[in-house]
Design a protein around this ligand. Structure first.
Ligand SMILES: [Zn+2]
Length: 543
């Protein structure tokens, strides 16, 4: 098939079409399944990529990528589609991709919230995750975002007001900045989201709670808190069909060692731990997430920090996906945040957050002015709609304008391919860390009449240990590597358990030996299966 267009975003039907094109074009390495239905009944797809001629997908260590657990963050699903394309088109032509897809399995769930993506792309508004009415079944009184001037975008409204908290920036007349505490020199403005006010009392304009206030990335069981403490968390962990579909998929694919969850709104790579501190976290796990994360920084230019730092310094996230994956399941996880227009001003997310926290309003104004300048120069001004007068049915004369939110938090189409490409390079690099379980017959030694001792040497040639993390050991999530012997009828096992538990095998050079003594009726024969949940399964024949 021809390379799909990665300079665009994909609504549900178009995305489904591409996924189906993939499996038709690459039947030996790609398969597609529906892992659940969204609230509105759309399919949630999982793509499995591996060379099925070299083994069953579940018998190989696996690497997982998902996108669009947040609806409006549509850069994520295009990136996931690109990643799939990198693997599919590279298998058979690119040595690294060929080896990886022969030895490993790749699971890709491009869109966790198809309803959210559909709403964001078709109606131009902001959707955090899903579209179920939450936490209130009926919309509450107040201002609800809506496109009222019919330009297809939900922007901002400003109203000139001596008591307003905003004013026009000296650096750019389109930019509104916060009014300083000692500023008496107007004009000043009140600023709201573009929209209409339910039950307007003629005076007060307050933003109504979001109608669709669910955040699927707060609906996981680790460190979960109810709505009163964590907005968007749902009635209970896994209350949503979308998060339940993920949980069922992940728990029924215990071969996955590493996860990436794709987002936008920052340009960063967020690593474990979330609840623990770096100091409490097992040292070897910290080293691994730092090493892998640092390579991600080199390849993407994003900034690396921990969920714990996010929780301490930026915002608290209870019940998120990554906390469940690392702290409860003991698997590696990174949350990659792919785009933030403010990064065009030359500040990374940690610096921006520091400026926010320190109330560096001058610095933030410069960042916003730089973003506008970038939009003018690179996008021909497309992402920002200049302020224009509008007669609001409730508020009277207002001006409407501002950033197209889709492009503030998503790579513009012409830069989307570049974003996808650098992420795919990071995925390829991280995918190399897989535990590489190797097993071979070490010795078949005759010690008596038809009695033989058979030993097997088992190695882990990969970077990750077979337990993946020490956290998995701590949480009793790491199953031991096993070696099992199967004999023909009539042959008798004299010494050794038929299935031996060998514990975990360290990465880069870890070795174990398994041994059995058998009386054979004829020549030695049979099968030995060496198996590790996360490192794969190897079968040897005794001969
Ligand atoms: Zn997000």
């Amino acid at each position: 098939m021809n390379k799909p267009d990665f300079a665009r975003f994909y609504p549900h039907d178009d995305l489904t079409q591409i996924l189906n094109d993939y499996i038709v074009a690459y039947p030996d390495i790609a398969s597609l399944e529906v892992i659940g239905k969204s609230h509105e009944g759309r399919d949630i797809h999982a793509l499995t990529i591996t060379n099925t001629k070299t083994g069953d997908p579940l018998d190989k260590p696996a690497f997982y990528v998902d996108g669009n657990i947040h609806g409006s963050e549509v850069t994520a699903s295009t990136t996931a589609l690109y990643w799939a394309w990198t693997l599919l088109s590279g298998h058979g032509s690119d040595d690294q991709v060929t080896r990886l897809a022969d030895e490993c399995t790749f699971y890709i769930i491009p869109v966790v919230s198809p309803d959210g993506v559909e709403r964001a792309l078709k109606e131009g508004g902001f959707v955090r995750s899903g579209t179920r009415m939450y936490p209130h079944e009926e919309p509450k009184d107040g201002l609800h975002p809506e496109d009222i001037d019919g330009n297809g975008l939900i922007l901002q409204m400003r109203i000139q007001d001596d008591g307003g908290g905003w004013k026009i920036s000296d650096k750019d007349p389109r930019l509104l900045v916060q009014r300083r505490f000692n500023d008496t020199e107007g004009p000043f403005y009140r600023v709201y989201s573009e929209g209409l006010i339910q039950n307007f009392n003629g005076v007060e304009v307050k933003e109504a709670p979001r109608k669709q206030g669910l955040d699927f990335n707060r609906n996981f069981p680790a460190n979960w808190e109810p709505q009163v403490k964590q907005g968007g968390s749902g009635e209970y962990p896994f209350s949503e069909p979308e998060t339940r579909a993920l949980a069922e998929f992940i728990t029924s694919h215990p071969n996955i060692h590493s996860f990436h969850s794709l987002h936008t709104g920052m340009e960063s790579i967020i690593r474990p731990p979330a609840v623990q501190t770096d100091k409490d976290m097992p040292r070897e796990d910290l080293n691994r997430v730092r090493e892998i994360g640092k390579l991600g920084v080199d390849l993407t230019g994003y900034v690396l920090f921990s969920y714990r730092k996010l929780n301490d310094d930026i915002y608290v996230a209870h019940g998120d996906f990554a906390t469940w994956i690392y702290e409860q399941l003991g698997l590696l996880v990174f949350c990659c945040e792919l785009w933030d227009v403010r990064a065009r001003g030359g500040k990374n997310y940690v610096e921006l957050n520091e400026m926010n926290r320190e109330r560096d309003l001058d610095g933030l104004e410069e960042v916003e002015a730089a973003a506008l300048k970038w939009n003018d120069e690179e996008l021909g001004g497309e992402a920002f709609t200049d302020w224009h007068p509008f007669d609001h049915p409730q508020l009277g004369p207002v001006e409407i304008g501002g950033w197209n939110r889709l492009y503030r938090n998503n790579a513009p189409p012409k830069l989307l391919g570049e974003t996808c490409e650098k992420m795919s390079r990071f995925f390829l690099a991280h995918a190399e860390a897989y535990p590489r379980l190797r097993a071979e017959i070490h010795e078949i030694e005759q010690i008596g009449d038809n009695v033989y001792t058979i030993s097997v040497a088992i190695r882990n040639d990969g970077y990750l240990p077979t337990n993946v993390t020490q956290q998995a050991v701590k949480m009793k999530q790491a199953q031991p590597v096993t070696a099992a012997i199967e004999l023909s009828d009539g042959d008798t096992l004299l010494v050794g358990d038929p299935k031996q538990e060998l514990g975990n095998i360290a990465g880069y050079g870890g070795r174990k030996k398994a041994e059995w003594t058998v009386r054979f009726t004829g020549e030695p024969s049979g099968t030995i299966t060496v198996s590790s949940q996360r490192a794969g399964t190897t079968r040897l024949s005794i001969q």
